[in-house]
Design a protein around this ligand. Sequence first.
Ligand code: NAD
Ligand code: MG
Length: 390
Amino acid sequence: MVAAGPLRSVTVLGATGSVGLNTIDLLRRNRDRFRVEALTAHRNTAGLAGLAREFGARFVAVGDESCYGDLRQELAGTGIEVGGGPQALADAAARPAEWVMSAITGAAGLAPTLAAIERGAMVALANKEALVCAGAIVMAACARSGSILLPVDSEHNAIHQVFDFKNPERVERLILTASGGPFRNRSRQDMAAATPEQALAHPNWSMGAKISIDSATMMNKGLELIEASHLFPVPEPRIEIVVHPESVIHSMVAYIDGSVLAQLGSPDMRTPIAYTLAWPDRMAGPSAKLDFVQQKSLSFESPDEQRFSALRVARDALRAGRAAPTVLNAANEVAVRGFLDRRIGFLDIVAIVEETLERLVGHSADSLEEVHAVDDEARSTAESLMMAAA
Ligand code: NAD
Ligand code: MG
């Protein structure tokens, strides 16, 4: 249980999204333990204003500046401070909340996440793209400020729960589990004709559109491989990916003596979020309890890199280092958007990412300025490849 005592103040970046609303659900069930400092969204002013009023937030911000007027109107007379535009997202993160949920999708979450880290907040990190596009910068900022990074992504959260941080040399390898997504048993030919609706229908998890498409291409597991390489002191060759269609084991840590420690749970993001909300304590969570007898079996298979080339492309980008992961992430964001907008086919997503990587070799991403420059260039390259493919 969270110790009785002062309320933990919290900020939720991306409060209207899938992870954001799962976080809100936990806050709603634990009104006496948490106080909301700031909330953000992209464009959903009505949803954001409703949450701000419900929780008495002190500050709210929309990323899209054109929505600022609407938000201000929605909250007129409440005394809640309002902001709009990318700087307002960073301002929200910089406000004095003890704990910050980073749940904005994509590289747009990087600056606000860094703003929370730089002031030494405890950061619950769902926004894996921030680590993929600027992992070394994010981890260095944590080391400087003493900010504690708590992974929310279920795999990394699982590893965090069973990893011996005091004795990392005892760890032999990490085993990231993957559901395989909605196209686990589909041929390339089938996937070529896949529609956004089919790709969005994840068998186990209900999530935002971008990560759902990433799960269908399995780029999500590629991004998670890069994420894991930053979060844990284990080099890439010792991070394995195993397909586990039931999504009950969320990931595992193998130790040198042969022991393998796993974290299990129902596929419900409220479990990893609750772990980060209460950390280093534990709090009661509402997820369905696992029933092993009903579950009967857990199965595993190797990932098929022929059909899911995103796994190979992401591993190669991690090995190549420098700006390759930044390019991978930016091109993927553009291509996923293009697929959702029906401008390109499903298999074009990873093809465009791979082609963008081939065109943008040799860049570095050592500073934030370089990350932004490479991110911009990768986006325009992917956009022009997409126009050619359409
Ligand atoms: P979502 O699309 O449901 O929500 C995204 C949130 O971010 C929304 O509040 C949206 O308003 C906001 N947002 C989006 N673009 C923005 C922008 N440019 N500027 C400001 N705000 C913006 O996404 P989600 O599924 O909740 O995922 C959020 C993050 O968490 C992603 O990085 C995803 O990879 C990660 N994640 C999600 C899950 C899950 O179960 N949904 C699991 C693991 C990791
Ligand atoms: Mg995950």
